[in-house]
Design a protein around this ligand. Structure first.
Ligand SMILES: NC(=O)c1ccc[n+]([C@@H]2O[C@H](COP(=O)([O-])OP(=O)(O)OC[C@H]3O[C@@H](n4cnc5c(N)ncnc54)[C@H](O)[C@@H]3O)[C@@H](O)[C@H]2O)c1
Length: 289
């Protein structure tokens, strides 16, 4: 667990917006220097200005974390400028709709490579480096409540987040078993007011919307971001959730959960799974999401 951020060197992916941006500014306020990366390099500049105004060092890097070479680029740049990394936040993520029978393969690759593969690519490089440093380090993987429960909507997002949670759990166990100096936590929020609904506007070129595929002109495809935007706009404001994350990071917990309206569901789901009945119906529990 990290309680003193003074002069710590932090790397945050997807830091141009939302949760990543708020975590970056929050770490700078607490005394950290940062490398902030995002697929939208230009959108990082206002965040960097905010961090510089706090008197901290900040470097921006355009990088697409869904590609292993680009994660290598983030690692290399971090070593070049800081020579170390004390805190890694794997935050970049995207969401997409589409049923299991309609979603094009490119959307499955896009969501999985961004939400799950990027965590592999980054941890593969940063864990050995952090272990070589010897002193306390922190990894925070931003997953989702969608990694702990399921809805019928967006199977690609829910299944990718379940994979991300499972990956982090495995790595946490490995680190604990060998007495590693690295603490690993996962942030699993419910809905928060961010721009997550807008992911289609900056897809990597290889996964660009394919106008020749009728899926991308379907009503269902067009409705998904509209529905998600409305849900996010009416959900929890960002800053109080980020304050909770910093509070829980200081308490050395693996699961960082900020939306307690899901607690009953998570508990009941465990019982349903143990009894081998069926996936539980979230509408029984989620008062507000
Ligand atoms: N907002 C929510 O309600 C919510 C809930 C649960 C989990 N999350 C997770 O939080 C994380 C942050 O999302 P947010 O809500 O702040 O959304 P956001 O869209 O505001 O921010 C995501 C950032 O990630 C960047 N990004 C996307 N793909 C990238 C790529 N391939 N490489 C590098 N950067 C990339 C985007 O440019 C953007 O700046 C995501 O992993 C998301 O799944 C969000």
């Amino acid at each position: 667990m990290i309680t003193d951020y003074t002069n710590k060197k932090a790397v945050i992916t997807g830091a141009a917006s939302g949760i990543g941006k708020a975590l970056a500014v929050g770490m700078a306020e607490r005394g950290a220097d940062l490398l902030i990366a995002d697929i939208r390099g230009e959108a990082l500049e206002p965040v960097a200005d905010e961090i510089r105004a706090l008197g901290r060092d900040v470097y921006t890097l355009q990088a697409d974390v869904s590609l292993e070479d680009e994660c290598q680029k983030i690692f290399d740049k971090t070593m070049e400028i800081f020579g170390r990394c004390d805190i890694l936040v794997n935050n970049a993520g995207v969401s997409s709709g589409g049923s299991v029978t309609s979603i094009p393969a490119r959307d499955i690759y896009w969501v999985y490579e961004t939400n799950v593969y990027s965590h592999w690519y980054m941890m593969k490089r940063f864990i050995p480096q952090m272990e070589s440093q010897g002193d306390k380090c922190q990894i925070l993987n931003v997953c989702s409540i969608a990694g702990l429960i399921t809805l019928a909507d967006s199977p690609v997002y829910f299944s990718s987040k379940h994979a991300a949670v499972a990956l982090s759990e495995c790595v946490w166990k490995t680190l604990k078993n060998k007495g590693s100096n690295i603490d690993l936590a996962i942030f699993c929020p419910g809905f928060i007011q961010t721009n997550l609904w807008d992911a289609d506007s900056y897809r990597p070129a290889r996964y660009a919307v394919d106008d020749s595929d009728p899926y991308y002109s379907s009503a269902a495809f067009r409705a998904y971001p509209v529905h998600i935007k409305e849900t996010l706009d009416n959900s929890e404001p960002l800053q109080p959730m980020i304050d909770k994350v910093f509070d829980m990071l200081g308490k050395d917990q693996f699961f960082i959960l900020t939306h307690d309206q899901f607690d009953g569901l998570i508990r009941a789901q465990g019982v349903f799974q143990a009894d081998m009945v069926r996936p539980i119906d979230p509408s029984l529990f989620a008062k507000k999401s």
